[in-house]
Design a protein around this ligand. Structure first.
Ligand code: TYD
Length: 219
């Protein structure tokens, strides 16, 4: 851990409700008096948002999945330097909607980029600034795909074009789900799998239960 702040990340497939839960946790911790920086990847800085647009609109597709991983890491490096590390060093809590586990899941386990190479990139870019706690939101793909479609319609208008990841077929989403579960198995102390079925209130209650235990141990 870098400074004194706590670094929390949310991970999972599309439509698992990560963004909603990240926002809820931010509001909850702020109400308890913490200063929280809520951010996301790809994105979080001006250049990160450019990478986000290029990748989500399919502009990086012709370059291949390794280039996509490099772009994600470039954006991450900027994000860490300009937003995450300064906030942690100032004692703030940082909540990030997706982080380096997404690169391992999407570009590595599912995309086929060599995992050792991705881990080396991660070691260079992330270094000591690994998350203290990661929540992997997990739900059956039949449910999460429905949610992802509704979300696209809500934010971009009915019948909006799904982004490049949402267009992929169901098997890829099943593979992603397994990928995040595998990541959780490999880092059981950091990564907590949260059952993301049920209402947002149900899911948030599960997150708080785990977070309470983690915070107790850290105290
Ligand atoms: P986003 O809208 O944040 O996804 P979601 O709605 O599921 O939260 O879009 C981010 C997309 O970028 C998502 O499909 C996952 C993908 N991604 C990667 O492929 N690699 C990465 O390293 C990151 C951070 C995201």
């Amino acid at each position: 851990m870098m400074g004194t702040g706590t670094f929390i990340t949310f991970e999972g497939g599309e439509g698992t409700g990560k963004s909603t839960q990240a926002r809820r946790l931010a509001e909850y911790l702020e109400a308890k008096g913490e200063t929280v920086v809520l951010t996301r990847e790809p994105g979080g800085t001006a250049s990160g948002e450019i990478v986000r647009r290029i990748v989500l609109e399919g502009g990086a597709e012709p370059l291949g999945v390794l280039a996509e991983a490099v772009l994600m890491n470039a954006a991450r490096s900027d994000h860490l330097e300009k937003v995450i590390r300064p906030a942690l060093n100032a004692g703030k809590t940082v909540i990030c909607d997706r982080f380096s586990d997404s690169t391992i899941a999407y570009q590595g386990i599912v995309g086929g980029v060599d995992l050792d190479l991705l881990k080396q990139m991660e070691a260079v870019i992330v270094g000591d600034t690994a998350p203290d706690v990661t929540f992997v939101l997990d739900a059956p793909v039949s449910q999460t795909l429905l949610r992802a479609r509704r979300e696209t319609n809500r934010t971009s208008g009915k019948g909006a074009t799904p982004d490049r990841f949402e267009k992929q077929d169901k098997t890829i989403h099943e593979e992603l789900r397994k990928a995040f579960l595998a990541i959780a198995l490999q880092a059981p102390r950091r990564v907590h799998v949260i059952d993301a079925t049920g209402t947002p209130e149900d899911v948030f209650a599960r997150i708080l239960q785990v977070y309470g235990k983690v915070a107790e141990k850290a105290a």
